[in-house]
Design a protein around this ligand. Structure first.
Ligand code: NAP
Length: 417
């Protein structure tokens, strides 16, 4: 029998307990052993009397319990979780976690500390087994590119906005439905997606970047004009986490992105997640499914428990010897090269277009397409550009925003083709 202690019995923890019991027989057959939760740790025991497991409020009752083989950390957050997981590893417990925030900051330290199995399938894209796909299934490949819709809240909001609904109205509804937190910044600001992207990127490229090192933009400034433009030019707007390898440099970024409607990933709607991974041997692969929710996430957590119960011990980040050939540097956000879409609100005056085109040209930016949308008393100019360097776009925007006919801050979205 494999004995498990779970620290955190909220949405995911409770679903793990429930599904281990519900599918006990098939899980036992697959693991080759019975799996039993022998202790749970929470802060307020009164809330958990309905669960039929012994409870404690001291995590050491699990991390230092000689009877326990696997410690499952499901409390979330960074510092306390790091303390708990480190303690478990120091006491030679195998660890399973769903905690992307913890891994976004501490995955390399934990890898060093871990002499026992350490699994974290649920930390990226919830129920989709993308970690195992990338780390194990694609181990023959150099990873050329990863593109992911890895935040269901943002994808839900953008999908609803396509129906002509306003951002604020949809966000409120997402909060009522429980898709978005009371403070939604973490999701809509792109930070949650960034945590997940960093985990994927370290498996693909052995790159030890922190959220502060990469470009992160959220969906807060997307409006219905952008959605209209996207439709008109055959794009969808998605919040994407993107990791790309260019020679010995790695590009990591999270931002709203215009992608062509015919791309598979652009068809992912609502709260669903999807990750596309391009390997040099296999070509493009795609993983789709529910990125959150108690049961979906528990499915991934239990798969990790089964993996460990079988006696498999995978290298945590997918390499037993550091990926020296892949050892790459991170491209600074200002040096990213992309195509761009610009939304510029201007007074309806003569010569406006010419002045803007001139400034763009001065900054090495050439226009690919252009659309003009008259509004009450002003005009919205919508441009798409050919490939340009991020710092040139920012410089051009700063200059254009100073022109007296420009009446609002300029919005821009990167185009991925
Ligand atoms: N929910 C999802 O759909 C989802 C999807 C993918 C990944 N995840 C990840 O899974 C983890 C758990 O998420 P969740 O949604 O299940 O969270 P949750 O519903 O908020 O539950 C958190 C649990 O942890 C306990 N807890 C918090 N701090 C603790 C501490 N210091 N000591 C002991 N227990 C503590 C809480 O107990 P009390 O109630 O007593 O405070 C509660 O039982 C997070 O890392 C999250 O990012 C969640």
């Amino acid at each position: 029998m494999v004995k498990v202690g779970i620290i955190g019995l909220g949405t995911v923890g409770e679903a793990v307990v429930k599904n281990l019991e519900k599918n006990r027989e098939i899980i036992k057959a697959r693991a080759g052993k019975e799996i039993k939760v022998i202790k749970g740790v929470i802060r307020e025991p009164n809330k958990y009397t309905h669960l039929n497991i012994p409870l404690s409020t001291d995590y050491k009752d699990v991390t230092r319990n000689p009877e326990i083989d696997i410690v499952v950390e499901l409390i979330g957050g960074v510092d306390k979780a790091f303390e708990i997981v480190s303690d478990a590893l120091k006491h030679k417990k195998a660890v399973v976690t769903a905690n992307k925030a913890l891994l976004a900051y501490h995955r390399f330290e934990l890898q060093k500390l871990a002499s026992t199995p350490f699994e974290y399938e649920a930390s990226v894209a919830g129920g989709i087994p993308v970690i195992k796909a990338l780390r194990d299934g694609l181990s023959a490949n150099h990873i050329l590119e990863i593109k992911g819709i890895i935040n269901g809240t943002c994808n839900y909001i953008l999908s609803e906005m396509k129906k002509g609904r306003d951002y604020k109205e949809v966000l409120k509804e997402a909060q009522e439905k429980g898709y978005a937190e009371a403070d939604p910044t973490f999701d809509v600001g792109g930070f949650d997606a960034a945590h997940k992207l960093l985990i994927l990127a370290s498996i693909a490229y052995n790159i030890d970047a922190k959220p502060e090192d990469i470009l992160i933009e959220g969906i807060e400034n997307i409006n219905l004009t952008d959605i209209e433009f996207a439709k008109e030019f055959g794009y969808e707007i998605k919040l994407l986490g993107i990791a790309k390898k260019r020679d010995s440099e790695i590009e990591l970024r999270v931002h709203p992105t215009l992608i062509k409607q015919q791309e598979m990933i652009s068809k992912v709607e609502g709260v669903m997640n999807a990750v596309s991974v391009i390997g040099d041997v296999v070509g493009e692969t795609m993983y789709y499914g529910p990125g959150a929710g108690g049961d979906a996430t528990a499915s991934a957590v239990i798969s990790d428990i089964v993996e460990i119960a079988r006696g498999n011990s995978n290298p945590m980040l997918g390499f037993k010897i550091p990926l020296e050939i892949e050892k790459c540097t991170l491209i600074k956000p200002d040096n990213i090269v992309s195509k761009y879409y610009l939304r510029i609100a201007v007074k309806d005056e003569l010569g406006v277009l010419e002045k803007i085109a001139h400034i763009l040209a001065q900054n090495n930016i050439s226009i690919e397409s252009f659309l003009q949308k008259p509004r009450d008393g002003y005009v919205k100019l919508l441009f798409s550009t050919h490939k340009a360097v991020e710092k040139d776009i920012k410089k051009a925007i700063k200059t254009i925003e100073k022109l007296n006919f420009v009446i609002k801050p300029i919005n821009y979205i990167r185009i991925e083709e």
